[in-house]
Design a protein around this ligand. Structure first.
Ligand SMILES: *Cc1c(COP(=O)(O)O)cnc(C)c1O
Length: 447
């Protein structure tokens, strides 16, 4: 047997170097790190991330949109520690525990309408898989065997496992894997950037809804569900749209007996200015998918919530009629406690209200960005801001990220779209730094 010696003086070798030996990083052409630094983070506090060299970065994108209350929040930390002393994890088939029950009761209470049955998984894409399988299976059980198709919005993003990728419409993630994916229809996006000059957001959303109506009128007998990102289409560049589209979609889905699946993985828990984006349209989806901010961004946790009407069809002792889907970490107790603590913070600190004042402040301060000669379509919804930068640089996103770092900012543009999606604990001085740093980036890059 060969004895493997501990890594010689691993402290002397940089974390960056060690990471590149064995860690395959997500969403990254790995060779890029020959020229672009990889930043080892050693701790976080509030909106700040600290690297091994002692630099700090304002996490202006909430670490891929997951973080709600900043890093290292004492209340969430304490809840996880407390749970750790009781039970860290137990399988959820045949067993249950207080944190998963309490979280389900709480979610039932705060989500729209009659959503109340919570099916858990670990990441967002898995919640989407659950929603798609559940919808399909429901129609099979109802004898509507033709209803096997899905329709989503042009530019929608729903995750990158094969089922979720099939209903996603983002070429850069999807095209390579096209032969592996089941075909899915996409209807025109209600994103206001696609409107005719002078057309209001509302009128454009209604026009997009008319296209949805045409689609459903023709294909409803073969369609199980419409899946969409409510109000903000995140991954394709924070496309924002008028809530009337959701109202029309709800009416049409009812009319044509098609499930409405709302993917609030990115926008749930206050991001759009209301607790859930669907609240702004006053609608209840048939299935609601949540993840990212669900655990305050601390631990992988996701849920697909559904109505009694769907749940009852599966309610039987027969395995063939049951929803047999499972993930090993379904309903993880530590993650559920983090989620409960995060929901406490959301309620006790009146976050939806407090965020309104913060959003007003940042929007006011960012007027200077909105009026910048290289900036188009400055837009804002709740705690999300976005704009396009007029540049021919192919390396814009990378350069913007790098110059941002030099200004103590973590911003990571989507193509030529720069966006802010900060943790809710951001303060005024930090918003000032965000605006000033971004202006510096724009001036440096577009000269
Ligand atoms: C991030 C995201 C997902 C996928 O979640 P993962 O946890 O990354 O699998 C799905 N839908 C939307 C809208 C998202 O933003």
């Amino acid at each position: 047997m060969t004895h493997i010696a501990p890594h010689p003086a691993s402290a002397a070798i940089s974390l960056e170097h060690r990471s590149l030996q064995t860690v395959w990083h997500p969403c990254t052409p790995m060779k890029q790190h020959e020229t672009c630094p990889l930043i080892p983070i050693v701790r976080g506090k509030g909106v700040w991330l600290y690297d091994a060299a002692g630099n700090r970065y304002l996490d202006a994108i909430s670490s891929w949109w997951v973080n709600l209350f900043g890093h290292g929040h004492p209340v969430i930390n304490a809840a996880i520690r407390d749970q750790l002393e009781k039970i860290e994890h137990v399988m959820l088939a045949g067993f249950t525990h207080e944190p998963v029950i309490a979280l389900s009761e709480r979610l039932k209470q705060i989500t729209p309408g009659s959503l109340g049955h919570c099916f858990y998984a670990s990441d967002g894409a898995s919640a989407i898989e659950i929603a798609l399988k559940m919808s399909f299976h429901y129609w099979q059980l109802c004898g509507k065997n033709q209803k096997t198709g899905f329709v989503s919005l042009q530019n929608d993003y729903h995750g990158e496992t094969l089922g979720a990728l099939a209903v996603t419409d983002v070429a850069v993630f999807k095209d390579t894997y096209a032969p592996l994916l089941r075909p899915c229809a996409h209807v025109p996006t209600p994103d206001w950037r696609y409107a005719e000059p002078g057309e209001s957001a509302e009128n454009y959303a209604l026009r997009a809804a008319a296209a949805l109506e045409c689609y459903l009128a023709e294909h409803h007998t073969q369609t199980a569900a419409l899946i969409l990102e409510p109000l903000v289409q995140g991954a394709t560049g924070m496309g924002m749209y008028h809530p009337i589209y959701l109202q029309r979609a709800r009416v049409l889905c009812d009319q044509y007996q098609v499930h409405l699946i709302a993917d609030e993985i990115a926008v749930g828990f206050g991001r759009t200015g209301s607790l859930f984006a669907c609240d702004q349209a006053g609608i209840t989806p048939d299935i609601l998918c949540l993840s990212k901010g669900l655990s305050g961004g601390y631990l992988p946790l996701s849920v697909a919530m559904t109505t009694d009407a769907i749940y009852q069809v599966f309610y039987d002792t027969d395995a063939a009629q049951a929803f047999l889907h499972s993930h090993s970490h379904t309903g993880n107790a530590l993650a559920c406690r983090a989620a409960l603590a995060s929901l406490d913070l959301l309620e006790q600190n009146h976050v939806i209200e407090t965020n309104k004042a913060k959003a007003e402040y940042l929007t006011r301060r960012a007027a200077i960005i909105a009026n910048h000669e290289k900036v188009n379509n400055f837009r804002h919804c709740g705690m999300i801001w976005a704009f396009e930068v007029d540049t021919h640089r192919q390396d814009f996103a990378t350069q913007c990220f790098l110059i941002g770092l030099s200004q103590q900012l973590l911003i990571r543009p989507l193509g030529k779209t720069v966006y802010f999606m900060p943790p809710y604990v951001i303060g005024e001085a930090e918003m000032d730094l965000l605006v000033d740093g971004t202006l510096h980036v724009l001036d440096t890059l577009t000269v």
